[in-house]
Structure formats: C-alpha cells, structure tokens
Design a protein around this ligand. Structure first.
Ligand code: NAD
Ligand code: DAU
Length: 373
C-alpha cells in the first residue's frame, strides 16, 4: 500500500511499482485533498495490479479495516500535508494529518500484522520524511565553494556547496516550521513503534524534489507557470536561501531500492549533492522557459519580484547521501541541467494539467471516474 499516491512524489512511486512489479497488488490510499490529483495516474489507472482507495489516514477504524481486508504486508507512507507556507497559516491541519494520521496508520498496521499468522515477519512500514527535520544549515560560503562530494551522474558538472556542514542520518532533529515539526514528530512515532513493539520500520529523509506532476504552488512549477502567463515571480527575501534539488524519478528509484534492500530500523538520507541558491535556480528556470517558448534571452527577467520573506525561512539544506550510495549503490541518474530541461518541457507540454488545477476542475475527476466503480 502506498499512501499519498495521488500527490506529486507518490504518483511517481505508484507508477514505478505498478509498471515494474506486475505480481504485486498495489493499493494507492489517498484522501484526495487539494494536493491529490488522480489525473497524475491516468496512464496506469486501468492496470490489473492497481487499485485506488479514497480514505483519510486519520480515520483509524478505516485504516484497520483496509489493512485487514487487503492483507497488506508493506506500506510506503507518503500521505502528508507538504507545503511549508500552508503550515505557517494552518498548523493544526499539519499536526492532524502528519502526526495523528501517521500514528493511526502505525497502530492499524501493528494490530493487523500482530494478528496475522507470521506476525511482523516479512512486513515493512516505510515512512517517507524530509531533510527539513534536521533544521537549517549556515551559509558560510554565500558565493559557493567546490563541493566536497560528487556523484558519477554529476561528476562532469561543477558542483557547489554553500557551507561546510551537511545533514547526516545522525544529525540531531531541530525542526523550525510547523511542517517540519509535524514531520519530525511523525518520524519519532515511527521509531517508537520499532523500539517499543519491534515493528519493522524504516525512514528516509529526502531533499527538495522537482519534476512533473508537482502541485503548482511549489517554487519550480509555480515559476514556470507564471513565466508562461507573464505573471510576477515572487522571490522570498533576497533569494539567497539554498535548497538541494533531486529529480523526483530518482527519489522514486531510491524508494524502490530501499523498500526492497534497506535494513529495517535504519534511516537513509536521499539527495543528489545539488545545492542551488534560489535566485540562481530561478534564473536557470527563466532562461530555459524563455528559450523553449522562443523568447529572446532575458525577456522574462523583469518578472522577478522580491517579496516579504517566508516566516522562519530556513537558510540552507544540504543532504549527505553517502550512506545510501555506498551501502545500497543508489545514484541520481540525471544531471540537473537535464532534469530541469525535462521538467520545464513537461509543464509547457502539459498546460491543461496545470490549468485544470488552477481552475479547480481536477477535483471532479474522482467523481467522474471512480466513485461508482
Ligand atoms: P503532495 O502534497 O504533492 O501530496 C500529498 C498527498 O497526500 C496528496 O495526494 C494528498 O491528497 C494526500 N493526503 C494528504 N492528507 C491525507 C490524509 N489525511 N489521508 C490520506 N491522504 C492524504 O506531497 P509530496 O510533495 O508528494 O510529498 C510526499 C511526501 O514526501 C510527504 O510525506 C512529504 O513530507 C515528503 N517529502 C516531500 C519532498 C518534496 O520535495 N516534495 C521532499 C522530501 C520529502
Ligand atoms: O526539503 C524538502 C522539502 O522541500 C519538502 O519536505 C517539502 O514538502 C517541499 O515542499 C519542499 O519545501 P520547500 O519549502 O523547500 O519548497 P518550496 O517549493 O515551497 O520552496 C523552495 C524555496 O523557494 C524556499 O526557499 C522558498 C522559496 N520560494 C518558494 C515559493 C513557493 C520563493 O522564493 N517563492 C515562492 O513563491
């Protein structure tokens, strides 16, 4: 069972599993909040090994019923409220879904697995978390310095780090936003279920993802869409915050590998050693969109608009993913330039997908396609 499979990352994980494992019965459990969109999965929705279930992870009785009914032996848990800006406006929803929802799923899995003949044997609760739980790193090299790390995929390219520290699996949790606080709390509950009840659990903490099907409130799809519509590009603060970007399909591949080969009770950090200052990334996006739309170079630079900073805006995230690379042999497959080009092309080629979200039509898809199945 994959929770949150109608969202951005979840839809890539569902697609990968449905296509790669015809012998698995894949259940996509999703509440279809504003962020859930079944159009993300149109290409696989009729596959015989795929089933969509609309449910709220906070509904414990329903989680237990589903666990028992489908004899679920593995859970990849992505369902969450994921947008930092929304968490600043509405922290309660984040505590409810991310903390209480994860707890209700953990407890339902525990009960269902304990009453199965093999108990916890052959079961896995895999929780998807974020690098934001580790807090923020300092920007000791604002102009960037040669990164001490590279990967084969990126070795041909110059890599920068904007500080000397990186998040390790052992870095102490220090979340700052209501979003990251709620994710940190959920991680603690997942570990507690392992340590207290012996439940096989696993956690990964990943850096910022980008790629097709990301909800267009997040930086990259928002900016691509605004450039297309010649709307202002709201850069928070001075645009100096640093994020570490990974192509979403590389995250999905890491999840597949870790689900099958990772060691229970472990934590793995996932990231591509690919730090970008927001403003530099934004310039790459503008250049790419203008080029693909046939605009002259520099045409959309005037859309950059500096706005009030995000409250409590974390300065820098940078993941050290060497444990995953050395223990399980994972590597990001795409160079960033390739990933951004692919991403911009996808949003420009799929304007209907974006427009359906911005005009609200995407939420009718469930009613039309699924409700009476
Ligand atoms: P998203 O917001 O695009 O999708 C979240 C999905 O969860 C949606 O389909 C939504 O309908 C569903 N959902 C929300 N509340 C639910 C509930 N109560 N019950 C059932 N389903 C519910 O999120 P995303 O960006 O794909 O992130 C997925 C996971 O990965 C999250 O746990 C997030 O914390 C984590 N993560 C995201 C990133 C990133 O860059 N996007 C990076 C690291 C980790
Ligand atoms: O690091 C992993 C996290 O990455 C995930 O856990 C979150 O679920 C995911 O949403 C993402 O969080 P961020 O806050 O880093 O992503 P976002 O796209 O909202 O913002 C990226 C950066 O761009 C951040 O420094 C804020 C800035 N920003 C964002 C928006 C939406 C702007 O300057 N302007 C904007 O309009």
């Amino acid at each position: 069972m994959i929770t949150g499979g109608a969202g951005f990352i979840g839809s890539h994980v569902v697609r990968l599993f449905v296509n790669k494992y015809p012998d698995y019965n894949i259940i996509n459990l999703d509440k279809l909040t504003y962020a859930g969109n079944l159009a993300n999965l149109r290409d696989i929705e009729n596959c015989p090994n795929y089933k969509f279930v609309r449910a709220d992870i906070c509904d414990f009785d329903e989680m237990l019923r589903i666990m028992r009914q489908h004899h679920i032996d593995g859970i990849i848990h992505l369902a969450a409220e994921s947008h930092v800006d929304r968490s600043i406006l509405d922290p309660f929803t984040f505590a409810r879904t991310n903390v209480m929802g994860t707890l209700s799923l953990l407890q339902a899995a525990k009960i269902a697995w304990e009453e199965s003949p093999e108990g916890f044997e052959g079961k896995l609760f895999y929780h998807i978390s974020t690098d934001e739980v580790y807090g923020a790193l300092e920007l000791t090299h604002p102009e960037g310095t040669d990164s001490p790390f590279t990967t084969t995929a990126s070795s041909a390219h110059h890599h920068y780090a904007f500080g000397t520290e990186f998040f390790l699996e052992t870095t102490k949790y220090n979340p700052h936003s209501p979003y990251s606080a709620s994710k940190a709390a959920s991680d603690h509950f997942v570990r507690a279920y392992h340590d207290t009840y012996g439940m096989p659990t696993l956690i990964t903490n990943c850096s910022n993802n980008y790629g097709p099907y990301q909800f267009p409130e997040k930086l990259i799809p928002l900016f691509i869409n605004n450039i297309r519509q010649r709307k202002p590009l709201p850069v928070y603060g001075k645009g100096e915050n640093v994020r570490d970007w990974l192509f979403v399909e590389d995250h999905a591949r890491a999840i597949d590998l870790i689900f099958h080969k990772g060691k229970p009770a472990q934590t793995y950090n996932i990231g591509g050693f690919n730090e970008w200052k927001n403003i530099d990334l934004i310039k790459v996006i503008i250049k790419t969109v203008d080029r693909l739309l046939g605009n002259p170079e520099g045409y959309s630079d005037e859309l950059i608009t500096y706005v009030t900073d995000r409250k409590g805006h974390d300065m820098r995230y940078a993941i050290d993913s060497r444990k995953l690379q050395s223990e399980l042999g994972w590597e990001p497959s795409l160079q960033f330039e390739e990933g951004i080009e692919k991403t911009v092309r996808w949003y420009l080629d799929n304007q209907d997908w974006v427009d359906n979200i911005t005009n609200g039509d995407y939420q009718a898809y469930y009613e039309n396609m699924y409700k009476n199945r």
